[in-house]
Design a protein around this ligand. Sequence first.
Ligand SMILES: Nc1ncnc2c1ncn2[C@@H]1O[C@H](COP(=O)(O)OP(=O)(O)O)[C@@H](O)[C@H]1O
Ligand SMILES: [Mg+2]
Length: 289
Amino acid sequence: MTTRFEGTKDYVATDDLKVAVNAAIALQRPLLIKGEPGTGKTVLAEEIAKALGAPLITWHIKSTTKAHQGLYEYDAVTRLRDSQLGDERVKDVKNYIKKGKLWEAFESTGARPVLLIDEIDKADIEFPNDLLQELDRMEFYVYETDETIKAAVRPVVIITSNNEKELPDAFLRRCFFHYIKFPEADTMNAIVEVHYPGIKQKLVAEALRIFYDMRKVPGLKKKPSTSELLDWLKLLMVEDIGEDILKEKDPTKLIPPLHGALLKNEQDVHLFERLAFLARREGATRPGQ
Ligand SMILES: Nc1ncnc2c1ncn2[C@@H]1O[C@H](COP(=O)(O)OP(=O)(O)O)[C@@H](O)[C@H]1O
Ligand SMILES: [Mg+2]
């Protein structure tokens, strides 16, 4: 089994990202990955698991997720109902304990599992602190059954955040931190090539130019990200739209074809059209230049 992450053929990992992943593995600390949506945080955890040949256990965090749900939940309501119905199951409290993702990860034997706690910033502010003990010691206590669940092997913990909320200091102290910068054109080219091997270089060059220009437009509500770019390129290929159409300078076509893949709300579309219009009038060819 490998214990180092060197990237995979499906994932473009920059050197500093590889260093961060391996540091977290070596230190046996959670790796906290921040970055704007679409910078490959979730996929990174999947790729780490693949590269290490380890099972991946994913815990998606929502605004309503509570820390204890990662350990276990005790279903008292069903137990009460079963007892009223005279169900035999009632005698064993274990029948009413639902294991959480940490429990699942701690139970995993064999290869060190990868535990992804995805979008931790979605939860309330107390959430990260409520998990400190359990993630530090890799064990927790189940009151209902009077047992301690302890990790057979320490999982590799990957925690992602879209930066919607600040995380508490005590939590940050325990993590190894890495910020995925939005990819530069070179890296983005490599990412596109991974997804669409053999795609026409000229089409990519033209599409990237429009994409990065669009991201430069000040005041966009939602900048298009890697996943939007990938969708857009796929559509361009499906619809057989070539780089010549993207270069179009016709003033009635202010906005690139199939822009619905890139801009996801009407204000942004409107803003882009207006800027494009102004740019044309001033003799430039594209907004953001
Ligand atoms: N470095 C990369 N290498 C390959 N694909 C990437 C990379 N970064 C992003 N992607 C692609 O972009 C999309 C969004 O990635 P995702 O992991 O869901 O982003 P995040 O979790 O940061 O919002 C996925 O389709 C993913 O395959
Ligand atoms: Mg994600």
